[in-house]
Design a protein around this ligand. Structure first.
Ligand SMILES: *[C@@H]1O[C@H](CO)[C@@H](O)[C@H](O)[C@H]1NC(C)=O
Ligand SMILES: *[C@@H]1O[C@H](CO)[C@@H](O)[C@H](O)[C@H]1NC(C)=O
Length: 249
């Protein structure tokens, strides 16, 4: 009971604190570090909170995702915080051409239990992560809530891949997907320099290993390209973060 009260007051303090900052999302690295430590303490309570289970069936998409096809008949398997870059190319460096998306490269961190237990914190994760650099060592946990690496997101040609085989002993499968629907990110999204990339509904295609059926990209922060190629190099990368909700049959 005591620990549940503690968590509740931490979370309450956190959300109550938000409006105090003139621009909440421009917080410093110190603030990010502070939030990381708070979440580390919350995670540390896991041990004595036997009741804080990680019931994946309680995972739900953020309400704004209702603008995408529903995961009817599918079950939430994992939720991952993605942090990396969206990559683009430009045919010229003038206003006559537009950046073309050529893919993304991101690390995926295990946020499954946070999504099951603290759904209202989920939209803040990419907002915080966007402002933080990835750990130098690929296999170190990522500070916002000290999540462990659960996989990698990249493209094979034009095919988005979610590879959850991180180590020889952790083989969770590989989802190869195609885009079925998109939804402009809400205005409240962390825009970065050129806007937040769209929310997506991606469905599993040939080559998928494991029982994956779909992946939702939601709660996006940054990642958008400038409107035109004016002054841009031939290829460039834009920092982004997002939550990926991974469903299976
Ligand atoms: C994800 O993290 C939770 C603890 O927060 C753990 O119970 C679960 O096994 C992890 N899942 C994977 C696939 O690493
Ligand atoms: C995307 O950009 C990142 C960062 O510059 C780079 O490491 C990666 O190789 C690029 N990938 C592709 C497919 O362009």
């Amino acid at each position: 009971m005591h620990s549940i009260l503690f968590i509740t007051s931490c979370l309450a303090a956190y959300s109550a604190a938000a409006p105090v900052f003139s621009n909440f999302y421009d917080f410093s690295d110190d603030m990010a570090e502070f939030l990381g430590r708070v979440s580390q303490h919350i995670n540390g309570l896991d041990g004595f909170l036997g009741s804080l289970s990680c019931d994946r069936s309680s995972i739900t998409l953020p309400s704004f995702a209702s603008g995408l096809p529903a995961p009817t008949g599918q079950h939430p398997l994992y939720v991952a915080l993605g942090r990396g870059t969206q990559n683009y190319t430009c045919a010229t460096s003038t206003a006559d051409s537009e950046p073309e998306a050529i893919g993304a490269v991101a690390r995926l961190y295990n946020a499954t239990c946070s999504a099951a237990n603290f759904p209202d914190l989920m939209e803040l994760l990419p907002a915080i992560a966007y402002r933080m650099n990835l750990p130098a060592n690929e296999y170190d946990p990522f500070p916002p809530t000290n999540m462990n690496l659960i996989g990698h997101h990249f493209f094979e040609g034009k095919v988005p891949v979610f590879d959850l085989d991180t180590t020889p002993s952790r083989q969770l499968g590989v989802a190869k997907v195609k885009k079925d629907a998109d939804l402009d990110a809400p205005e409240s999204a962390v825009q970065g320099g050129n806007g937040a990339v769209a929310w997506l509904y991606l469905s599993a295609t040939d080559g998928t290993v494991g029982r994956f059926s779909s992946v939702y990209r939601v709660d996006t922060a940054g990642g958008g390209a400038p409107k035109t190629c004016e002054g841009m190099p031939e290829s460039f990368a834009v920092q982004y973060a997002a939550n990926y909700y991974i469903y299976g049959q």
